[in-house]
Design a protein around this ligand. Structure first.
Ligand SMILES: [Zn+2]
Length: 251
């Protein structure tokens, strides 16, 4: 019923952000997710047969909101980005990929496998809109636990940027942990849509796997209880301010 409710509910939230996060790391600029493309405003961008896209979202972003233009405004050239980490392959996280043909695109092997082809389209992945050049580096997690997460993948030589599996919203969803000044920055993608929904342990409406989503939410809660953590979901209106203030989750 989660999905049915999501499609039929006619109450709208306030407009929600779609964050991309840039990390100016000594080993190179890292981008987490690429946001959405303004092409979503063009008729026919979303498949007509998918009720979620027709009824449950109202895209309202302009070309100047796209990640390439936002990076330029911050003084970062898109061509200088070394790594683009994708939390998952949903359109609002990979819509800005076209700006990064020269970056190394990183996604979990599992996510890439489930998002391709016709079966991927039935799950809501718009793989017919992906750039033709897309050939990501596929990540297999290693049995190196981080807190309650049994596996991880260390991206940087410095060991301060790690990927962890946070599946549930999608089968191969990952989150990014950055260690800085004794705190963890937890870039959660859509593991939960907001910090509050994580604290309340609520599974979202389109989550592909309810049980693994619950397990992920429990692990995140356990993690933030063990380590001082700034928790940063992609669609949480308060996330940017929490990052600016480095304000940690209090449980
Ligand atoms: Zn998503």
């Amino acid at each position: 019923m989660r999905l049915v409710n999501t499609i039929l509910d006619r109450n709208w939230t306030e407009p929600l952000p779609i964050y991309s996060w840039a990390i100016e790391h000594p080993e190179g600029i890292i981008l987490i997710d690429t946001g959405e493309t303004a092409r979503t405003l063009e008729p026919g961008y979303f498949p007509w047969w998918n009720p979620y896209f027709q009824w449950s979202i109202k895209p309202c972003l302009q070309p100047e909101d796209e990640v390439g233009n936002r990076l330029q405004a911050l003084g970062i050239k898109p061509e200088d980005v070394r790594w683009v980490i994708l939390t998952h392959m949903h359109t609002d996280h990979i819509g800005g990929l076209e700006y990064f043909p020269n970056a190394e695109i990183i996604v979990s092997r599992r996510e890439y496998e489930v998002s391709g082809g016709w079966s991927g389209q039935l799950k809501g992945y718009l793989n017919h809109q992906w750039p033709k050049w897309l050939a990501p580096r596929l990540i297999d997690f290693e049995p190196k636990p981080i807190g309650p997460f049994p596996e991880s993948f260390t991206l940087t030589k410095a060991g301060d940027v790690c990927l962890i599996p946070t599946h549930g919203h999608t089968a191969g969803h990952l989150s990014v942990l950055v260690q800085i000044d004794g705190r963890s920055l937890f870039f959660a993608g859509d593991a939960s849509y907001s910090q509050q929904l994580m604290l309340e342990q609520i599974v979202d409406g389109v989550a592909q796997d309810e049980n693994s989503s619950r397990q992920t939410l429990q692990r995140i809660l356990q993690y933030v209880q063990e380590f001082p953590t700034v928790y940063l979901p992609s669609h949480d209106p308060d996330a940017a301010q929490r990052l600016a203030e480095r304000s940690i989750v209090s449980v």
